[in-house]
Design a protein around this ligand. Structure first.
Ligand code: DX5
Ligand code: ZN
Length: 225
């Protein structure tokens, strides 16, 4: 089951690093290149010191027909769930952003979305044990959230394994996604530890050849590179 050659690894380009003046064209390229999900980073200037997109963009992106993987980096995410659920396939909140994680996860499912919980690099995966039955996706942050283009934190590799063990012990079909500093040089290591979704921003969008960058991520999950 953990052999990447027999698992379908999903690639989720993060448009945070896209050329915003040519956003439609860039999204079209990743969709045509076979991206599985489109990752949309929502920042509120409070949970993280940056601001990004609102629900109007999520609504507009629906026209591409690709599932939206919406990553809420916002404090007390009740409002974000209400605002983005109509457009989200996966909707992810941070464990650190709310004292009511269990309620947030249930609310996401009530809204008809798949529920995600994200963990900052310094957050222990322990919290997952108590909410797993309401989780469809765990988003392991491999950088401190707030910006694209940061370096992958190597200590997140054993953490991905820990998350995979907790998911296996639960017997539930929970996806493990890894976000931050993903490139062709670490994709294989991340997938070998248990990731089933790779989120990548700057690696894909700063490439001269976006379809090749997506293919390189996929290739690295099935061959050594
Ligand atoms: C960081 C965001 C990421 C970001 C990843 O806070 O959650 O999704 O776009 O960008 P790269 O792949 O450049 O690290
Ligand atoms: Zn993200």
């Amino acid at each position: 089951m953990n052999d990447p050659a027999v698992r379908h690894i999903k690639v989720a380009p993060s448009i945070l690093s896209a050329d915003l003046l040519n956003l439609g064209g860039q999204v079209r390229q990743v969709v045509d290149a076979g991206a599985d999900l489109l990752h949309l980073d929502i920042m509120d200037g409070h949970f993280v010191p940056n601001l990004t997109f609102g629900p109007a963009l999520a609504k507009a992106l629906k026209q591409f027909g690709i599932p939206l993987d919406i990553h809420l980096m916002v404090s007390n995410p009740d409002w974000g769930i209400e605002a983005f659920a109509p457009y989200a396939d996966y909707l992810t909140v941070h464990a650190e952003a709310t004292p009511h994680l269990d309620r947030m996860l249930r609310l996401i499912r009530e809204k008809g979305c798949k529920s995600g919980v994200s963990l900052n690099p310094s957050t222990s995966p322990e919290v997952l044990k108590y909410v797993m039955e309401n989780v469809d996706l765990v988003l392991v942050m491999a950088v401190n959230p707030g910006w694209g283009g940061q370096c992958f934190i190597p200590a997140m590799l054993p953490k991905i394994e820990e998350v995979r063990r907790l998911v296996s012990d639960s017997g539930l079909p929970v996806e493990i996604s890894v976000d931050g500093g993903i490139s062709a040089s670490n994709a294989r290591a991340v997938v070998d530890r248990g990731a089933s979704i790779l989120v990548a921003g700057s690696y894909i969008f700063s490439s001269e050849d976006i379809p090749s960058a997506i293919q390189a991520l996929r290739r690295c999950t099935i061959t050594d590179c």
